[in-house]
Structures are given as structure tokens and as C-alpha cells.
Ligand binder design. Structure first.
Ligand code: PLP
Length: 299
């Protein structure tokens, strides 16, 4: 494990690890396959890994060595693998891309392709990790284990902290001194990280996230049946997306007027990433306000 200060930094570490691995074990292969609609951060490397043109405007030339593939399309990934490929990097559930949940077969297929071609499978769990989905890590839902995992966001309970994890076999590709960070793993972030992990465990927050998720599912599916502008409800634990038939901006505004903060991503998806410590009553209150706001926009 290597400690960083943010998700973008953890991902930069993963990109460097993949390139070092390619240099040592794959004849200098350096290309990393990433996915349309993905999001990996705002540094130049992680921005290039982010296969969304809107984040690239005015920043060119971007870093060489990234190849983009459509999400949830295994054949397209297989077609893009060649002698230069060293890794596949993906969010197991796309967050900023609109809470997109891939099929189990797709992620299992990526594992198979990575094994066949000796590629590193990197899961960016900056958003999905640390309990957000009702498991410690999203990969556990799919039964697919990555070679490299990145974490941040919830890791230190709101303080800046990130981490890059890999196996004992792969870790030596990045030797001491090849990558470092002055503040990575600093004492305050580390204490906050330990307190966060202990709280999740002691307060049974993974179970709590799953219970709250069931409550959200019941409420939001009922809302979908009653509200024609909701195209689809997608959720895993407390990672929740409402795909609308219209742009989400007016819904965000209508919620804000009623003192509820929600986020719209990918233009038409209302994304909810609520606290794992909510009470059942707060879920109901929030869903009531969301319903009122959606009905007002729909009308
Ligand atoms: C999946 C994913 N990766 C990376 C990042 C970047 O993390 P940070 O903002 O901590 O650099 C984010 C942030 O939203 C994210 O959702």
C-alpha cells in the first residue's frame, strides 16, 4: 500500500506502477485501456485516463499511452489489446459517468483478458470503496479481484487521504524512491483513516448501508412508477442514480429551493451518495423532497 493525498494522486501512482510493470515484465509496454464515461481525477495523467472529451478541452497535448473503450463491451476491449498494452483501468461502477453498473460477465471478462495477456487490472474505487456500496469494496459484489486498487474520498472520513494497493508480487515494480509524497500518509490523515475504518466496523455501517439501500430502492421505484420523467433507477448500496428523460439541472435547483442538496451528473442522472449514518426518517424526508421536486419539474 502506498499512501497519497487524493484520488487523482492514488491513480497517478497506479499509472506509474502499470508503466513500471510494463517496462520490467512486458518489453516496455505502456498503454492503458480506460473507459468512455469514466472519471479518474484532474491531474494530467488521470485527466487523460478520463475518457470524456469535455475534460480534455484546451489541455492538449494530453499524455500519450491511453486507449479508450466503450464501457461494458468486452469485444471492444479485446480488440484494443496489443503488444503495447500493460493495463486495464476501470471504475467497477462508474460514478461521475452516471452510476453505470456493468454486467458481472464484463468485469469477469476483463479479469480473464488481463490474465491471458499478463495485464494489470486496476480498479479505481475512489468513489465506490470504503463501504459506499454496502461492501468494503465494489469488486466484492462482482467476485472479481483486481491486481491494483485505488481509494480516497471516504477513506479518511472527509480529510484528504488516498491509497494505492497492490499485491506482494506486483508491488516491487515500483521500488522505494521511484514514487513518493511529502504529505501522503501524514499522521492526521492516518489517524482519521483508522478512526473511519474502525467506525465503519464497530457501528456496522456496511449492514446499515444495505438496509438504507433497500429503503431507498422501495421509495425510488415507487416514485419511478408515479413520475414519467424517471427513466431508470440504479443503485448499489448507497450509490444511487436516477436516470431522467430530461436534463437534471432544474431538479437540482428545485431540490435546493427545498433545502435538499443533490447532484446531477452526465447531464441526465441525479446522483445520490448519502451518508451511511442516515436515519430511516431522514431517508423518508429526503425522498419526500426529491419526489416533490421531480413532480414540480415534470409538471
Ligand atoms: C472514480 C474517481 N476517481 C478519482 C477521483 C478523483 O479523486 P480526487 O478528487 O480525490 O482527486 C474521483 C473524484 O470524484 C472519482 O470519482
Amino acid at each position: 500500500m502506498f499512501f497519497a493525498n487524493s484520488g487523482a494522486e492514488a491513480n497517478e501512482g497506479a499509472i506509474k506502477l502499470a508503466r513500471k510493470y510494463g517496462a520490467l515484465h512486458k518489453n516496455g509496454a505502456y498503454e492503458i485501456i480506460t473507459f468512455e464515461g469514466g472519471f479518474h481525477g484532474r491531474t494530467l495523467g488521470s485527466t487523460t485516463a478520463t475518457a470524456q472529451p469535455k475534460y480534455h478541452e484546451g489541455l492538449g497535448p494530453l499524455m500519450a499511452g491511453f486507449v479508450y473503450a466503450p464501457f461494458d463491451d468486452l469485444d471492444a476491449v479485446a480488440e484494443r489489446i496489443d503488444d503495447e498494452t500493460c493495463a486495464i483501468m476501470i471504475e467497477p461502477i462508474q460514478g461521475e459517468g452516471g452510476v453505470r453498473i456493468p454486467s458481472r460477465e464484463f468485469l469477469a471478462g476483463l479479469r480473464r483478458l488481463a490474465d491471458e495477456h499478463e495485464l494489470l487490472l486496476i480498479f479505481d474505487e475512489v468513489q465506490t470503496g470504503c463501504g459506499r456500496t454496502g461492501q468494503w469494496f465494489a469488486y466484492q459484489h462482482f467476485g472479481v479481484t483486481p491486481d491494483v486498487l485505488t481509494l480516497a474520498k471516504a477513506l479518511c472520513g472527509g480529510l484528504a487521504g488516498g491509497a494505492l494497493l497492490t499485491t506482494r508480487e506486483i508491488a516491487p515494480s515500483l521500488r522505494p524512491g521511484m514514487h513518493a509524497s511529502t504529505f501522503g500518509g501524514n499522521a492526521i490523515a492516518a489517524c482519521a483513516g483508522i478512526a473511519t475504518l474502525e467506525t465503519i466496523e464497530q457501528d456496522h455501517l456496511l449492514e446499515r448501508a444495505r438496509e438504507l439501500s433497500d429503503q431507498f430502492r422501495t421509495r425510488l421505484e415507487a416514485l419511478q412508477a408515479a413520475c414519467p420523467i424517471i427513466r431508470e433507477v440504479r443503485l448499489v448500496g448507497l450509490m444511487i442514480g436516477l436516470e431522467l428523460t430530461v436534463t437534471g439541472g432544474p431538479v437540482v435547483e428545485a431540490c435546493l429551493q427545498r433545502r435538499l442538496l443533490v447532484n446531477c451528473t452526465h447531464n441526465t442522472v441525479i446522483r445520490l451518495l448519502p451518508a451511511m449514518t442516515l436515519t430511516a426518517q431522514q431517508v423518508d424526508e429526503g425522498c419526500d423532497i426529491l419526489a416533490e421536486s421531480l413532480h414540480s419539474v415534470s409538471a
